[in-house]
Design a protein around this ligand. Sequence first.
Ligand code: BV8
Length: 249
Amino acid sequence: MSAPKIEFDDNTYLLVLTGAGVSAESGIPTFRDAGGLWEKHRVEDVASPDGFRSDPALVWRFYSQRRSAARDCRPNAGHTAIAAVERRLGDRFLLATQNIDGLHTAAGSERVVEIHGNLYKSRCSMCDRPPFQDDEAYPEGHVPACGRCHERGQFAVLRPHIVWFGERLDPAHLQRVEAFMKKAATGRFVFLAVGTSGAVQPAAGFVDVANRLGATTWLVNADPPANASSFAHFAQGRSGEILPGLLGS
Ligand code: BV8
């Protein structure tokens, strides 16, 4: 069977959704690889407001370890192919990523919505200081405090600028994805999901909206995920091997 390829014309709009699988070949473990666990904790428990309230030092150890591990990882051919097709399509392209590793931006993607936040950003858990770049891997047990609150004679801890389980996604991010889908529906709308188990909402539901808007839906994944039946086309395998041919770069 010839390698699958998406045909693009001047009326094609492409929305790409990526998950942890697109970064697997860059050496970043997926959530499923770890069976959804980290140090025997359920990720949903550590990556949650309750988890942070009950043990901020444990949560900062979790993110500091991930910052250290991801720091030396580089984009793979899958990230590069996605960045290349963005250059071809321009404003008829949008990437929504569930990943927080920054590898899409490192590969040259610009029209990216990091719907679950970014591993290398922190924000204050109390004041309205804007999120800021912070690639610090804090020492064991250290919980960083907010400098601005300190200047005001108050104490507040910093938290990773990440959307935890049970937290709302940034409405502006969801509006940007929704607006793109509506614009895409005026043309030839293609929706492509890559490397995601389809287990986490609301991202897992994007394909359903795309289908309702008449999109042609594609999935590239190592194995059939929970919502595989929602896709018209399923190219099974490693995204780093499939995407360059699929996207024609
Ligand atoms: C919200 C940041 C509402 C943290 C993340 C019950 C039913 C439905 C929903 C819920 C429910 N209970 C709770 C919810 C809501 C919850 C949810 O969906 N929970 C799930 C677990 C059931 N969702 C939320 O809480 C969201 N917010 O709903 O708010 C609300 C309303 C009012 C008031 C308050 C709130 C927030 C969700 C965001 C959570 N944060 N990330 C961090 O990363 O530390 S999600 C986190 O897990 C990741 O970001 C990632 O998105 C997700 C894991 O998913 P994947 O990316 O798909 O990764 P996974 O490992 O699972 O799969 C990888 C796939 O790749 C596999 O299929 C594998 O086969 C494939 N693969 C591997 N290698 C390759 C490959 N494919 C191709 N090539 C390869 N080489």
